[in-house]
Design a protein around this ligand. Structure first.
Ligand SMILES: [Zn+2]
Length: 223
């Protein structure tokens, strides 16, 4: 029977945290979005971590066994990173955190990124196709960051890079877990004043509001 799986959640405001959220229990049902290789490629494409043409090539060319092995490796890395985030979220990172990041450095050491001088996209054209290759420049020409996607293992590089970005460039004190009592979702709180509490208002925010409302309605004797 076909399993009804909701669309993956991208509520983390950060690719590394969205990666953690690729296993979650929205509305109380545990869901794995990286169950196999096809899942991994689809998730990376939806996360705009891998360009659509690269995703299509892996889908067509790579032996499914090789992709499945990458999905298994991705899940293992994810759970290591979940432990790391659980230990360090909400506090400034110190250099002792580095030893827990060794597996990600190992992966990053095999990266084949490079830069090209490219024409900047015209301002009136929409840039599509995702990819964190990104752009860097302000005139007609700009740096374009590219990657040689030679092996299935390269699919894990954008994730390792996002984890590196999060720990090197972003404020770890703003890494938070949703306050929903059973919610496991993580996010980077980039809200004004850093007052974000929920994965999303539609899911946990409204539920908490409804619970608070019911508590107010309850007669005092039943308290
Ligand atoms: Zn939540």
């Amino acid at each position: 029977m076909a399993e009804q799986r909701p669309a993956p959640l991208f509520v983390g405001d950060d690719l590394a945290l969205d990666f953690l959220n690729s296993f979650a229990a929205p509305r109380g049902r545990e869901t794995e979005w990286l169950a196999n290789g096809a899942d991994l490629v689809a998730w990376l494409e939806q996360a705009h971590a891998v360009p659509a043409d690269v995703a299509a090539r892996f889908r067509a060319d790579a032996a499914s066994g090789a992709l499945d092995a990458m999905a298994a490796q991705a899940r293992e890395l994810r759970e290591r990173f979940r432990a790391f985030v659980g230990n360090h979220a909400g506090e400034p990172l110190s250099s002792t955190a580095l030893r827990d990041l060794a597996p990600f450095n190992q992966l990053l050491g095999r990266d084949e990124s490079y830069r090209q001088i490219a024409a900047a996209p015209r301002r009136d054209t929409e840039v599509t196709g995702g990819d964190r290759d990104g752009e860097d420049g302000h005139g007609a020409l700009h740096w374009q960051y590219r990657r040689r996607w030679r092996t299935p293992e390269t699919l894990l590089l954008p994730i390792a890079e996002a984890i590196g970005d999060l720990v090197c460039r972003k404020d770890f004190t703003l890494v938070r877990q949703c306050e929903g009592p059973t919610c496991t979702l993580w996010f980077h709180d980039v809200s004004k004043g850093h007052v974000r509490r929920w994965c999303s208002m539609a899911v946990c925010g409204n539920r908490a509001k409804a619970a608070a409302h019911r508590a107010r309605q309850r007669p005092p004797s039943s308290a």
